[in-house]
Design a protein around this ligand. Structure first.
Ligand code: PLP
Length: 298
């Protein structure tokens, strides 16, 4: 059984000043609190993947990520807790980040590959070579973006009381967004916030995995990226520090701080009606803040 000790997530209200009292409430589902390493949405994406690997006699799990990848370190930790070997295919260079050190501390075997090879990560021929080379590995796509991942993230919906009018979530591969849209009540509006430039390319992919009756009441925004994926600005770090001072919630630099900037701007611009009850999902990722260590007040 794929198990990892975890805390029950809580729902925490944000301070009224933060949303200028313009809507009924803005609350945060603290998935970041379930586990220090396998935090946020990553546990939900991984649980059925690891289960599948164990049930089908695979000897290891193999996945992909960059040198700050939340998915990579979460996979390493879950694999260790589940007694199965893990292999991480790491994009580019030989960066020795805190994230990669943590992966190794959980026993993950890291394989650094060129960007060209990394870009072959969905090619069947390349995957067959990897599976063969690395001990009958069960291969999980980058970001846990597969059927098992979408099944697992659908379970996040069960944590959300149905009196919210809007649910907001950050979008990387879209796996969490898809699981949520398929599982939330149809009347709940789901907003996604992509942290990269030109994130609208994800829309087609999202639609392809939505149940046809669920392809409604959702929108994807890509204008709050602070320069692009993995990039940040001083203004963004100041936003994160203010948010922490006001709400006592640490945001991460790659995903949730960009989403909350968007939510705040939208509240300010009256995108939400007065009676809106907004639930923002904290998808975790705090380990990635090691890239801006010293610049945050938390
Ligand atoms: C991975 C990650 C996401 C993106 O999730 P997807 O399911 O790939 O869309 C969002 N937020 C955080 C903090 C993450 O680590």
């Amino acid at each position: 059984m794929a198990t990892i000790p975890k805390q029950a997530p809580i729902i925490q209200p944000l301070h009224k000043d933060w949303y200028e009292g313009k809507v009924q409430c803005v609350d945060m589902l603290r998935l970041d609190m379930i586990h220090p390493v396998v935090s946020g949405n990553k546990w939900y994406k991984l649980q059925y993947n690891v289960q599948h690997a164990l049930d089908n006699g695979f000897r290891s799990i193999l996945t992909f990520g960059g040198s700050y990848s939340n998915h990579l370190v979460a996979t390493a930790a879950v694999a260790k807790a589940s007694g199965i070997a893990s292999i991480g295919i790491v994009r580019g260079g030989l960066a020795d980040t805190e994230t990669l050190k943590a992966c190794e501390s959980y026993g993950m075997q890291l394989v650094h590959v060129s960007r060209e090879d990394y870009n072959r990560k969905t090619e069947e021929e390349y995957l067959a070579i990897l599976a063969d080379t690395y001990h009958n590995a069960f291969i999980i796509p980058e970001g846990g973006a597969n059927e098992q991942g979408r099944m697992g993230t659908a379970e996040i919906a069960a944590l959300i009381p149905n009196n919210y009018t809007h649910v907001c979530v950050s979008v990387g591969t879209g796996t969490t967004f898809i699981g949520l849209r398929n599982a939330l009540p149809i009347a709940t509006v789901l907003y996604g916030y992509a942290p990269m430039k030109g994130g609208a390319y994800l829309i087609e992919d999202i639609i392809s995995y939505l149940q046809s009756s669920k392809n409604i009441n959702w929108q994807l925004f890509d204008n709050w990226h602070y320069g692009g994926f993995g990039k940040h600005t001083d203004e963004q770090l100041a936003f994160m520090n203010t948010f922490y001072a006001q709400n006592n919630i640490p945001l991460d630099v790659v995903y949730t701080s960009k989403m909350m900037t968007g939510v705040k701007d939208q509240i300010h611009e009256d995108v939400f009606h007065d009676n809106a009850r907004i639930l923002c999902i904290h998808t975790g990722g705090l380990q990635g803040n090691s890239s801006v260590a010293g610049k945050l007040n938390y």
